[in-house]
Design a protein. Sequence first.
Lengths: 640, 640
Amino acid sequence: MQKFKVIFLPEQKTVEAQKDQTILSAAISAGIYINSACGGDGVCGRCKVILKKGTVITQPNGAVSLEERKNNVYLACLTAIRSDLEVEVPLASRMDLDNLNPQEVEQRLKGLYSETADVLPAETDFKEHAFKHSPFANKIYLDLPVPTLEDSLSDLERLYRELKKITGATVIQAGLFNIRQLGEILRDADWKVTVTLGKRDQALEILQIEPANTIDKNFGFCFDIGTTTISGQLVDLNSGKVLGTKATYNTQAVFGSDVITRIIYAKEASGLEKLHNAVTDTMNGIIRELSAENKLDLNNVNCLVCSGNTTMLHLLLGIDPAHIRKQPYVPTANFLPVVRATEAGININPRGLLYCVPSVASYVGGDTTAGVLSSGIYKHSQLHILIDIGTNGEIVLGSKDFLVACAASAGPAFEGSGVSCGMRASSGAIQKVSINKKLEVSYSTIGNTKPRGICGSGYIELLSAMLSSGAMDKSGKLAMNAPRQRESSNGKEFVVVSKEESATAEDIVITEADIENLKRSKGAIFAATSILVRHLGLEFAQISKIFIAGGFGTFLDMEKAISIGLLPDIERSKFVFIGNSSLAGSKDILLSEQAMHAAEKIARSMTYFELSVDPGYMDEYGQALFFPHTDLSKFPTVKF
Amino acid sequence: MQKFKVIFLPEQKTVEAQKDQTILSAAISAGIYINSACGGDGVCGRCKVILKKGTVITQPNGAVSLEERKNNVYLACLTAIRSDLEVEVPLASRMDLDNLNPQEVEQRLKGLYSETADVLPAETDFKEHAFKHSPFANKIYLDLPVPTLEDSLSDLERLYRELKKITGATVIQAGLFNIRQLGEILRDADWKVTVTLGKRDQALEILQIEPANTIDKNFGFCFDIGTTTISGQLVDLNSGKVLGTKATYNTQAVFGSDVITRIIYAKEASGLEKLHNAVTDTMNGIIRELSAENKLDLNNVNCLVCSGNTTMLHLLLGIDPAHIRKQPYVPTANFLPVVRATEAGININPRGLLYCVPSVASYVGGDTTAGVLSSGIYKHSQLHILIDIGTNGEIVLGSKDFLVACAASAGPAFEGSGVSCGMRASSGAIQKVSINKKLEVSYSTIGNTKPRGICGSGYIELLSAMLSSGAMDKSGKLAMNAPRQRESSNGKEFVVVSKEESATAEDIVITEADIENLKRSKGAIFAATSILVRHLGLEFAQISKIFIAGGFGTFLDMEKAISIGLLPDIERSKFVFIGNSSLAGSKDILLSEQAMHAAEKIARSMTYFELSVDPGYMDEYGQALFFPHTDLSKFPTVKF
């Protein structure tokens, strides 16, 4: 295959390109982001470039006017490289990487969080089961038999014949874009090509046909799109290896901290668009960073699997979530179709696909489905519980015979949001704390660096330590006039780390308001779990295992979580902390069609239990607003 | 449903629109053609309009810049009407209806043909069989159950549940565009909507969701795209009634009169694009005229079925046909995927679908498949022959057990092209001729109007009459010094109609060169038919029926066609003239999924016999260059 040098102006960035590679694809390799709303089909006309030097060959389209043609304007997506080139990318064709005003976003996020982005802790080792490897996008290398007068099948049917033989698929689809290139590519590549296949409903779709063998370059991303935090993982689709993980706050938060305020904001002028752009900007940032760190060409990122709550998935696809909050609480869709990632504004290979993990109901989303999948609770004959601690806490109880889910509005406190010194579980977050009777604090941080704030699991330890040391009473009031206690403009607070020790040069504190916030979060989750168990006529003792999921720490001390009344007081060995189960489930789906089908079955079979219709819920919640609980008989082993 | 008035500027054209109808759809109703390359998905950004007055609601998209938004620029496809409006459609957003220079085209076509466009004769009554009614695009009216807390299925799954119940389909797909509108439309229409479903591979695709019951407005077009002539038919998809038929010359002819020269031209700079635009311009013209005559909104034209030879179908979809003419003569695809009509540049409902009837091989196209389908020769146990007389003559021999096809390069003479006074079979065409021994000519024309030229069947009668009257000898030479014979700058010619009688005020003549041309055409077809019969070890006597297809006349006198040696000299009752069988087949497919599947089966099972590899073909062709034939024993009943 011939290679050519393409220089992009005005940057003067140079990349090597293959004969017949499109200018769009070469630009992506050069890290130049050109608009391409249609996925490189030549219909959107937004990727216009000016040819300054060299020879190209282009395809029919109506987007370039006669006048423009005279001035050497071409569509980057339809124009194939046939010599060394110099190409100017005008400003109008460049992608607006930040649809929101960046200054405004930064400022507003600073007001909300103590930090903005960092690397997640390494994946936990928990993995109960595995699925058959069969990634969402797959590459197949073909050495096709050359046509003869005897075997004169057309190019496309020849390709299908081989692909059907290899994959066993009955329906394979190809769009016009690939068919238009087919004759040329097959002959130029001497009938040796690599086909990228994506899964769309019951069919396989040809995403891309490349000359020669490129099967080693096939990557994908999985995402957990939380109301507060967005986590993404770059995965080598051949080996299944995770090449990197990143999490950052969802910039949508500038428009409201919870799902309901965002649904309302979506109705304002351009509201839906701003929310959509905020989530895609956040995701595109993670994709760009992880791809750059791994020196990876975005053309080789072929697919994306996203889990998230129902509202987040609507906003990702630009669907108005209005009816989710209106009786009878019906979303537009629980099962969203596979779309091109570019249709949703995500910048990967312009023909790459995006799959949303199916949701169950308005308040039980694809994140819960993914969590059930990755935890495996749908496979056991014994009863299991999954508690996913996020801005919305979701609780699922079930077995292989049934699955019932409910959702509790826990708030973002355990994600480090809405509390004065909260932060995500990342480098510098305090996650282990003990306090002696003299109220001296010892702690350790993630990464063992200077402390910058407190993450979710750090707060659990802190509350437990404050209770046992007497720094706080069981109602959450701070002890008067004790060391480290003080009054500030924010009310009463307890100094955990003084500014001399802190990485931020400010005291790291917990206020009475923070404690109130955390108490409501833990109370909501405990009450929801209790009501769900009772609703099914069960008792905690009958539960075989409880999986705790969430991105609030790298580990969780169950003893301490029980001591503050977040988790029920049962045998410790029944608890398993499994980290971000939504992200883990979306990774399972990214790597396995079997997992995709299992997720769809889970979403269809799970039933939703609306807590607010249970007359006991508000009572149970009120009783849980105490450390550990108003009714101490429920926590027999907890002694302070 | 609320109605609003939309005024389009600068034309000041006013239409009535429903609440939430898009501006694009209202413009189509107003007969204003706005660019919409993406089919109204909001990705191409080419349908920008300026809102001068009124209230709209729009969807997220990245195509409108902040600056444009300030100036009230909206995408017509994503913007819903919410009050009376005034909307300006800027020049840049208007569809360039003629991609070719119109003057140039007109001038060059004038050089090629004596007329450009006219109405086809009424469909012949031939119809041997019918298929189950199940049109390519179907409308279904739904009165959906309103969601409740007990029946809280999401909007999309609710729609799918009803559609699956009614259609029995297992896979139904919807694109983001429809899903984004769904929540609003369902509630605004009080859960009473009409869904347009199209067939795509094994799945049903939701093309459109409209409020209220609109099932009576569902139309489609079928087309026969010939190298020389393009014929189109507007069909009411509910009743199956043909509302109008038009045929016109394929404007591609300005780039070459046969398939091979066009394939070569496609390799020139912008050649493929020009050929593609020429065919779509011609088709769009027919669509516009027939829709206007029937006072029909293009939004209600939901699909298109196209038959044509393999090269024509490649050019229609913008696929380079280069390899069709290179050994081993392999097309890019015989089975082309269903695409949106707009992807191919055809202006109907922007979400409407286009299906190409599958081809068999490089020189046996979807027109032959459609002809076999509509003639029904694939269903009989006896042997049948189909002879389709076009620029390429295709001959199929077979039964329900096998089908073998071959193609003969007949040239466009019988379509009235490439002969001095030729014209299509339309109003004013001479189609019946007799000449007495004094060489006095009597004739009649289609529509009984003044003669304008001679159509294909007229030439058959004329040649036969010239032979029997002695005006021409059996080699095709004109008698010397006879009445009506003269020398002109074009060589020897015979005056059929003098300029006094002619509608064109010029003599209508046939030259010796014309006769040579027609002789080669009839010779090629006869030789191909003979060789095919012999190749299969058969004789003409064993053939049960011979169907003659083609757009060359409204009727065909078999006796005369045999007398000039176009058709074999066998029992007259075995011949049936069936008109444009390719168009009839594409209409069958438009109206019936059963016909679509039958066509696919026909294309897969038919085998192609390459005439040029038969050592006897050139001999047979040489012998057929005589009226009726060199070997008179083959035409025992022909006496002059």
